[in-house]
Design a protein around this ligand. Structure first.
Ligand code: COA
Length: 229
């Protein structure tokens, strides 16, 4: 006796031979990439939350000597430790940490944070990492710093944003001065890197200084949002 497989004429489930086959026949088409999550928009970049899925990229960056040699915390980061770091910061009320993504490609290139937010003194400590070294020296750090200042003063109502930077980190020093941070002091030989003590410089910007700068340099019209456009 010859049994012919029935031709599909009705509902796709009707003639499927196995549960797996049935499932695959009705499975929805693969989802398209979801729209990017955009928290705060700049000109060429935007800030977005860091996700546990970003961990491999972040781990690669913070283990890169071209990056960690300029960071205060520099232990080797394995996957569980990096993941815990992302999750802890994500839950903290005293830290606003963002991924920095390029607007055109949605590519994550670094992270930026306002840490130790003090609601009484209205102050915070700024931190920045363009982790993908292929994106160094292209102005992204400058733009991320300006955007974080804008966020800190306009959204968190901060009065003071401070930072520290090692004396051998010329690129960062140049950036912070260009953006308008004011040098406040030097902690001599406070850090040790690459066989040498390094001075640690402190910079800060006050809200009144930022107000003066933005009147001149960063008018609100620069804050174009692709969400609203
Ligand atoms: C420091 C860092 C954030 C800078 O970001 P970036 O996107 O590379 O910097 P930008 O391109 O916006 O600006 C860098 C500026 O420094 C200048 N610069 C580069 N190398 C320099 C050097 N050796 N000496 C002096 N200035 C230098 C650039 O010419 C540019 O200035 P310009 O715009 O006037 O030409 C980034 O390199 C980084 O994340 N490094 C590793 C981690 C780190 O150092 N974080 C900061 C800790 S405080």
């Amino acid at each position: 006796m010859i049994i012919e497989r029935p031709r599909k004429t009705g509902h796709p489930l009707e003639f499927s031979s196995s549960p797996r086959e049935r499932l695959s026949e009705v499975a929805p088409a693969p989802a398209r990439d979801p729209a990017p999550v955009i928290y705060y928009m700049g000109r060429r970049i935007y800030f977005r939350p860091l996700e546990p899925e970003d961990e491999p990229l972040l781990r690669r960056w913070v283990n890169d000597p071209r990056v960690w040699r300029y960071l205060v915390h520099r232990p080797p980061m394995n996957a569980p430790r990096e993941r815990a770091y992302i999750e802890t910061l994500g839950r903290s009320d005293k830290d606003y940490v963002f991924g920095i993504a390029i607007k055109e490609t949605d590519r994550l290139i670094g992270s930026v944070g306002l840490h130790r937010i003090d609601p009484i003194c209205r102050s915070a400590t700024f931190g920045l990492m363009i982790g993908d070294v292929n994106y160094h020296n292209r102005g992204y750090g400058t733009e991320a710093t300006r955007l974080a200042l804008k966020f800190g003063f306009q959204e968190l109502n901060l009065n003071r944003i401070e930072l520290s930077v090692f004396g051998n980190n010329w690129r960062a020093i140049r950036l912070y001065q260009k953006v308008g941070f004011v040098p406040e002091g030097c902690f001599r030989q406070a850090q040790y890197r690459n066989g040498q003590y390094q001075d640690e410089y402190r910079f800060a910007m006050l809200r009144e200084e930022w107000n003066r700068l933005t009147d001149l340099e960063v008018p609100d019209s620069d804050y174009v949002t692709r969400l609203g456009a």
